[in-house]
Structures are given as structure tokens and as C-alpha cells.
Write a protein that binds this ligand. Structure first.
Ligand code: ATP
Length: 348
């Protein structure tokens, strides 16, 4: 049964059609992540669901009820923003209890709900502090706590971790994922961050130019992208995608060498780099090293084939390579994707 249902949702900013007839169904308890390049409309779509922007076409249903025209305050949703949006002059307890107090909830119940949220979020010690006496991570936890106490039907997160430093992002990401497991709350989460999308989502929705390109479980999108855009958007570094004509060798591996105006793709971890001097497979191609990036756990090598096509390889071996070194590349024949002229995946 659909819990949240978007039917042909449209949004215009003046003449600009920012959201183009989006259909999407979200199940109760699902954690859905919206990703896509800057300007693709992910924040707008979230704000339309939240009721912070008006919907120009289509309709929105939550738990069996049409909420398209309902004001934000009556939608039973809670939004957590990147900027936290805490009241600076109020204590943590007051920030977390504010909405309940406004709604006329009994004081004993407020204390109980705030106490429970503070416990889950490890904020018990800070209830009497004001936001300026907290770290960024603690502030974001207060913002999440404020959403939890309202017991909303859906949690909406708009890039909640982007103001945090790298270590705190990881920690808070794990906390949000844990929170989702404990509360089983239906959640929609907007992010730029691949790792957040891949690790937190039950389902990733890839948006581009106001439309959904593909949605699915994170690894499904990684292993079976529907088109070239998704193939190159999901995964860091990006999938190598080159015109089939530039790599007839790969097209042949994909069994599609006749389709010269299409594209072939292969992920960096499926390209093997043979160090100079080492015996290599007969079907390997000569290449020259352009750039070597050692990340500790793995090494990325950008190499250039003789026809000038650049290929990124990724491996866990430490490489003592220099730009200009001669090497050979071979490609895992089972891992080649083939896209048609328009960039859609070609059925094998
Ligand atoms: P980012 O990742 O950069 O935040 P996004 O995917 O969240 O981008 P949106 O903020 O949803 O993108 O914007 C989608 C499109 O709508 C963009 O072209 C943007 O310029 C436009 N847009 C968003 N809000 C407004 C507004 N209030 N007025 C006019 N145009 C807007």
C-alpha cells in the first residue's frame, strides 16, 4: 500500500518548469534518498512534499488522504534543515518542546517525549544549554530531536549534514541510520553526497532536470544503471564511458561491436592495470599513465590509450607509478555496459 504518493507533480518558477510531472510511491517505513546534480530539483521536490512550495499540477497523497492543498503545518511531516533552524534564545529543551507546547500538549507528556528523544540522541546533558553553547553536530541532533518529538508521518531531511566536518558527518550519518532502524520512520533525505545516498537509502531516486532518471536499491543502481547518466552519476570515481568506436575492443567484449554510434562503459575497479615489465594478458591494450592518486586503501590511476581515450582504473595494490610510465590495461568482459546512441542501456 502506497503511504506517500506523488502523482504527476509539477512546479514552475515563472516560466521555468522545475519539476516535470513526477510520479513516485513511497512505502511506510522506507528511507528514500533524492540525489542528482545541482539544480536538478531535489530540494524543490522535498519542499513541495513539505508544503513549503505550492504544487502547480498533479496531486500528493499521504496515508490515504489528499494533502496537495494542505498548509505545511497540517501535513503531519517534520523537516530537518541544513541550517538547523533552531531558536537561538531558547534552551535545547525549549527548542525541542516548542511545537508540542504550541499544540497545547500536556506538560508531563512533553517532558516525557523530549526526555525520550534526548536519550535516543544522547542530548540529556545539554537540555539547559542554548544552541550557541553546542557543537555543530549537537545542534543538528537537537534539530532532529525537535522532529522526533512531533512523531510525524514522514521525516524530511534537506542536506542535514552538509555544515558538519568530515568526521562528524560520518558519525551523524550513522546516528541517523540507527535512528531510522529504531523508529522505523518513513524518511526522505536530500543529499549531494554519494556515500550518504549509498549507505542510508533503502531506495535512491536519481533526479535530473526535474525528472526521475531511475530509482532503485543503491546497489541495483550501481550494478544495473538504466542509462549513461545514472551510470556516471552513481559511483566515485565515475564509470568510464566512451564512444563504442573509440574502444572497439570493449564493444567486442560486450558483443555489440556493430553498434558503432553507441557507448561502452566499465567501472574503474573492472579495469586491470598491468605494471610495466609484467607479463600481461594477450587482450590487454597499451596505455600511458597520466595521473596517479594514492588514497591509502586504494590507488586510482588515470591512463591514456594509444587512441588518446582516458581510462580510470582503481585497485587496492600500492602502485609505484609515475606519469609517463608505459603500462597495459585489460577489461573484465563480464562487467562491460553498453549504451545506445541516446545513452539508454542496451539489453544484452
Ligand atoms: P542544489 O543541489 O544546488 O541545492 P537542487 O537539485 O536542490 O539543487 P532546486 O533548488 O530544487 O535544485 O532547484 C531546481 C531548479 O529550480 C533550479 O533551476 C533553480 O534555479 C530553480 N529554483 C529553485 N527555487 C527557485 C525559486 N524560489 N525561484 C526561482 N527558481 C527557483
Amino acid at each position: 500500500m502506497a503511504y506517500l504518493q506523488l502523482n504527476k507533480i509539477e512546479k514552475y518558477f515563472g516560466a521555468h518548469r522545475a519539476i516535470k510531472g513526477i510520479d513516485l510511491t513511497i512505502e511506510k517505513g522506507e528511507f528514500v534518498v533524492f540525489v542528482g546534480p545541482s539544480g536538478c530539483g531535489k530540494s524543490t521536490l522535498l519542499r513541495l512534499i513539505a508544503g513549503l512550495e505550492t504544487i502547480d499540477g498533479g496531486n500528493l497523497r499521504l496515508d490515504g488522504r489528499d494533502i496537495t492543498a494542505l498548509p505545511s503545518s497540517r501535513r503531519d511531516l517534520a523537516m530537518v534543515f541544513q541550517s538547523y533552524a533552531l531558536y537561538p534564545h531558547m534552551t535545547v529543551f525549549e527548542n525541542m518542546s516548542f511545537a508540542l507546547k504550541l499544540a497545547g500538549v500536556d506538560r508531563a507528556i512533553i517532558r516525557q517525549k523530549v526526555g525520550k528523544a534526548a536519550e535516543i540522541l544522547d542530548l540529556g546533558k545539554y537540555l539547559d544549554r542554548t544552541p550557541k553553547e553546542l557543537s555543530g553536530g549537537q545542534r543538528q541532533r537537537v534539530a532532529i530531536g525537535r522532529a522526533i518529538v512531533r512523531d510525524p508521518k514522514v521525516f524530511l531531511f534537506d542536506e542535514p549534514l552538509s555544515n558538519l566536518d568530515a568526521a562528524l558527518r560520518v558519525q551523524t550519518r550513522i546516528e541517523i541510520a540507527k535512528l531510522h532502524r529504531e523508529l522505523g520512520a518513513t524518511s526522505i533525505y536530500v543529499t549531494h553526497d554519494q556515500v550518504e545516498a549509498m549507505t542510508m537509502a533503502d531506495r535512491v531516486v536519481v533526479l535530473r532536470d526535474g525528472q526521475i532518471e531511475q530509482h532503485g536499491a543503491p546497489l541495483d543502481l550501481y550494478d544495473r544503471p538504466a542509462n549513461r547518466f545514472v551510470a556516471q552519476f552513481i559511483g566515485t570515481p565515475s564509470m568510464n564511458v566512451v564512444p563504442a568506436g573509440a574502444l572497439p575492443h570493449l564493444a567486442a567484449l560486450a558483443g555489440t561491436e556493430g553498434d558503432a554510434d553507441g557507448f561502452v562503459g566499465i567501472r574503474p575497479e573492472h579495469v586491470r592495470l598491468h605494471p610495466p615489465g609484467q607479463q600481461s594478458a594477450a587482450d590487454s591494450l597499451p596505455a600511458t599513465v597520466d595521473i596517479v592518486e594514492s588514497l591509502g586503501v586504494e590507488t586510482l590511476v588515470y591512463a591514456r590509450l594509444e587512441n588518446n581515450t582516458q581510462v580510470i582504473t582503481r585497485g587496492s595494490e600500492r602502485r609505484d607509478l609515475q606519469p609517463g610510465d608505459r603500462t597495459r590495461l585489460s577489461f573484465d568482459p563480464t562487467a562491460v555496459h553498453h549504451f545506445d546512441r541516446l545513452g539508454n542501456i542496451r539489453a544484452a
